[in-house]
Design a protein around this ligand. Structure first.
Ligand code: F6P
Length: 498
């Protein structure tokens, strides 16, 4: 396998302009379409020879078998001894898991319908508490898909910083607020503290039974019961669904309630289409696979340590945040699944922002900096507003202009005004931003992350790296901080003088 990697890493380099000159059909050869999403890989340095080399590498690394094992519900999360079954929520996977997911979704749907018909009294506001995967997915969906005429005003709050929660408590009516506590483990301190503060607020506002309006979304129903949630309002999901892959499960309850059950169904249907493509397309025509090959080419052959994602659509502002957790928590590892040192870069550092704003802030570095940053542009053909066409023309054409400029560059005798060009990008163009398309897009990113892990030999489904920091913070909070270093001790004393 080393030879295959080496052959990719030492592959003769052509510039992007040369690749276009040498292949008049480059655009049709390196663009693909699935579920209303157009993927343009032509402005990357991938060419037919590299594709063949990645195909050989992938065969040697059994990528196709790993994809099969994922969908078969095999225990591919080796360190935790379990499967990774987010696709079962979308109807593909081990038969029993698909049945279980469907049954749990029925339970979620019943609760949505009961709340809609007034079973918990009049609900106007929803406070969804969760963090990481229990917040980012629902918030991305709500930000992207809500149009402003929803029946409920829903906020997603994650941070332990009270500045995040307080404005909602100031604005909302306690007797018309539904509290949704989303936590796979039901032990996450930020979420439970925020939940306690909401309960305290409800009580202060005269609510005699705040627990009567709490819904828990969790893979640990016993813990939710212990914490005080009524069993009838606990929506479980399977332990085999990782936090950052959980928006398809009951973690999406607030989304289903706010946007409607049909939207949630559409979301799952879009993801299911991408699952089918990923499960069945040959590797060299498989969109998540090609995207991962491009990622690995830049990470390993060109030593690019970051990838930037710019959504040219305000509705997708949270996408880079969502992808940061998905990709960096999944693949930010130094060892392979069997515990050996990885010996190469793992996940790219994912960063980004929204266009056109980012053009006036960070694009300087992309065009002229010393780092080569593969860029991912996302845009939506159908606008999300009803203002005049100039806005959307300007938005999309700025997006296309940036990728063209990064690739073409511009020579100048004045070094300050020289643009080197040959800087790669991928453009992902959505026909429209509806639940189905967004479901397909998110599933694409999940599968791309999986293929990157498969190529590196990483287990993308555990996240032990987050534990030590939690332990240290807990030790500080409980006062058992004897073993802290002097710098940390001094910081604590300065913030909290005795
Ligand atoms: O600390 C990391 C993490 O475990 C993420 O993987 C997860 O999405 C998040 O915290 C929230 O965890 P939980 O859903 O168990 O509250």
């Amino acid at each position: 396998m080393l030879a295959d990697w080496q052959s990719i890493e030492t592959h003769p380099r052509s510039t992007l302009s040369e690749l276009f000159e040498n292949d008049p059909d480059r655009v049709s050869g390196f663009t693909m379409e699935q579920s209303g999403i157009y993927f343009d890989f032509s402005k990357t340095h991938l060419n037919d020879d590299l594709i063949r080399k990645f195909e050989t590498l992938s065969c040697g690394l059994h990528v196709a078998d790993k994809i099969k094992a994922l969908f078969a519900g095999e225990a591919i999360n080796i360190s935790e001894g379990r499967a990774a079954e987010h696709s079962a929520e979308r109807g593909r996977g081990n038969e029993q898991s698909v049945e279980l997911a469907a049954m749990l979704r029925k339970r979620m749907e019943s609760l949505v319908l009961a709340i809609e018909s007034g079973a918990l009294g009049t609900i106007k506001h929803i406070i969804h508490l969760g963090i990481g995967g229990s917040a980012l997915g629902p918030e991305l969906l709500l930000n992207s898909l809500a149009i402003g005429d929803e029946q409920y005003e829903t906020v997603v709050i994650s941070n332990i910083d009270g500045t995040a929660l307080e404005p909602a408590l100031e604005r909302f009516e306690a007797d018309k607020t539904l509290l949704v506590v989303a936590s796979k483990s039901f032990t996450t301190s930020e979420t439970l503290l925020n939940a306690q503060s909401v309960i305290d607020w409800m009580r202060e506002q005269g609510e005699t039974d705040p627990y009567g309006r709490i819904v828990a979304l969790t893979a640990a129903p016993d813990k939710a019961v212990e914490w005080g949630v009524d069993e009838s309002r606990i929506l479980p999901f399977s332990e085999t669904i990782g936090g950052r892959y959980s928006l398809w499960s009951s973690i999406g309850f607030s989304v289903a309630l706010t946007l409607g059950l049909q939207s949630f169904e559409d979301l799952l249907a879009g993801a299911a289409e991408m699952d089918t493509h990923f499960a069945t397309a040959p590797l060299d025509q498989n969109i998540p696979v090609i995207a991962a090959w491009s990622d690995q080419y830049y990470a390993q052959a060109r030593q690019c340590q970051t990838r930037a994602v710019f959504a040219y659509d305000e509705r997708l502002t949270l996408l880079p945040d969502y992808l940061q957790q998905l990709e960096m928590e999944s693949n930010g590892k130094s060892v392979t699944s069997d515990g050996r040192a990885l010996g190469r870069h793992s996940s790219a550092i994912v960063w980004g922002g929204v266009g056109t704003d980012a053009q006036h802030a960070v694009f300087q570095l992309l065009h002229q900096g010393t780092h080569i940053v593969p860029v991912e542009f996302l845009a939506v053909i159908e606008p999300g507003h009803s203002l005049g066409p100039d806005h959307h023309h300007g938005l999309l054409l700025n997006c296309f202009g940036q990728s063209a400029a990064l690739m073409a560059g511009q020579k100048s005798d004045d070094p300050n005004r020289n643009y080197p060009g040959d800087r790669p990008s991928v453009t992902i163009l959505l026909d429209t931003l509806d639940a189905k398309t967004l479901g397909a897009l998110i599933a694409f990113y999940e599968h791309r992350t999986f293929v990157n892990a498969a190529l590196l030999g990483i287990n993308p489904f555990d996240q032990f790296g987050v534990e030590l920091g939690k332990q240290m913070a807990n030790a500080l909070m409980s006062g058992e901080s004897n073993e802290m270093d002097s710098s940390t001790e001094q910081l604590r004393k300065r913030a909290f003088p005795a």
